[in-house]
Design a protein around this ligand. Sequence first.
Ligand code: ADP
Ligand code: MG
Length: 693
Amino acid sequence: MVMSEIFGSMVFGDAVMRSRLPEETYREFKDCRDNDRPLPLETANVIAGAMKDWAVEKGATHFTHWFQPMTGLSAEKHDSFISPTDDGGVIMEFSGKELIKGEPDASSFPSGGLRATFEARGYTAWDPTSYAFIKDGTLCIPTAFCSYNGLALDKKTPLLRSMEAVSKQAVRLLRLFGRKTESVRPAVGPEQEYFLIDTEAFLSRRDLVYTGRTLFGARPPKGQELEDHYFGTIKPRVAAFMRDLDEELWKLGVLAKTKHNEVAPAQHELAPIYTTVNVATDQNQMTMDVMKKVANRHGLTCLLHEKPFAGVNGSGKHNNWSLVTNFGHNIFEPGKSPSDNMQFLLIMAAVIAAVDKHQDLLRISVASAGNDHRLGANEAPPAIVSMFLGDELTGILQAIADGRTYSKRAACEVELGVHVLPKFPMDTTDRNRTSPFAFTGNKFEFRMLGSAFSIADPNTVLNTVIADEFGAFADELEGAKDFKAGVEAIIRRVMKEHGRIIFNGNNYSDEWVKEAKKRGLLNLPTTMDCLALFDSPENIALFEKHGVLSAEEIRSRKDIQMENYGKLIVIEADTMLDMTERDILPAVTSYEKSVARTIEGLSAAGVDAKTHVALLTRLEKLYAKAVGSVNALRKAVSSARAAASTEECGNICRDKVIPAMNALRAVADELETITARKYWPFPTYGDLLFSVN
Ligand code: ADP
Ligand code: MG
């Protein structure tokens, strides 16, 4: 394998463009892309021709506008390049118009009321900032997706808008420090967690097939308590999958870098090297897609759900985020002496204020039915947003707030007590794995995202809230007589008004929940709780001010997310009913029959059958309880179905359906533990979690 031949071989990237486009076209393309200008049609025609020739040489026959509708997945509709000729043959054609704009029928994508079904028109528009690529013989062109009247129907459009907003405001602020910055781009590296299980086992569980998670399953004798999976030796079958996955991702230009086993059995992680946020978003969507496909090739199934198994850790996605100027400087970089770096400290103050003011939006950006199982469940950050800065940085900012001079911590070396080992300087902060939003040296790690998420929404929120804070600081400082005093005054004010958001302790502890309440921080445990706040007047004003989302777009997004929540829970509940009535109860009946026969046999032989009678009695009692739980769940589901609005449906799901599901699961799992294995109708947790060698 020659890396230079593989990496990016399926991407119409910069090097390919430079070699295949006329010099002038290439220059024009770059100029338009870098300065946010639309491309003239003649230039687009030349690029389309070159793109098509390149793709056809690579064996592609089709092209598609690849976009990210509100389902959070990627969507594609394939058209072939063929065009008929007069002599009855075909030629391969692709025009600039087809490259720039597409018109998929939008009627079956969620729009949250932005578009009535009879107004089916939707447009896709080429995003030249993300490279086209070939996937399974199809040239994929990354596009934004909007309605007939220009309202965003996707996740990319607001993200691109938020990038412009943060760039504009960051440039204003940096100029005040004498920088010549022209643009700022967010850089993101998403760490992706996932589970891998055997496909045969997967297919025998309808809960996994329909919902991506197990809705039943008693705890196996062994889970993750020995902590023997985390960073453990990778099993050969998994290693083969990972090798294949890396290669496929490299071909697509994804900088897949780190892979390791995660905490739960059968759980793993992949992290790419960070890149510009919209490219990182597209590439993370591709990564999730490729993971599933490559797994299938190995007889494995990749589960991206946030909580496939109760009792062991679920999967998240850590969003590492920084802001980089056009000169390549990361503005979250503290430098050698952070206490003397006023620009850095002011930027930190902006993040503190932004996170504290917009706890609701950050929570909303990671809300889903699946993620509700993780947040606050002692394995992931709690549903309370707070921020970890580490002792040194908190100390510096607090000193400014108190008007003290900060006494620098003496540089320490880590002493291992073994002289042959190298000494290294101690990092100024340890990591805090429990924090939802942690400063990790020169980037913030937002850890509340669910594994199945598009990273677009959380980054749209991050960019917008920081843009707003940068803008407000710039407004204030542009007129300041004494710049340094102005900066200090802002830091002092931020620490006073928003310092409550900083928490360097253990976020998993019960004390923190109490302390956070005292500090007045929001605690929004479920998706429905936080979505209710999405379209508050403050949030609408914020998004409209920075041109990221209109009031109409916000309301539609809220509606889509609520509707999605309700639909998912109803599907889960129906799956449980189906599995209980058609699999679990009949299996218990068969086992009861065999126990009853044993009792008959024992009694006929004059042997005391009381232990078997006790077993049969217990089975029957649980059977009756299960039937009762089925009826209760069915009633709850009916009331959710009959709800008058998506909001009411979601609330019924949260308050009635989910508790009824939990009750049914508890009985079924108990039945599993006393029913003979050969009668149990599907693979157990032990079979699923330890199925891959
Ligand atoms: P961890 O130990 O938490 O896994 P790593 O240092 O391995 O952290 O980085 C995790 C992710 O963060 C990777 O995707 C990496 O590329 C990304 N990352 C590193 N530095 C930055 C940065 N300055 N901005 C954004 N992402 C970054
Ligand atoms: Mg990390």
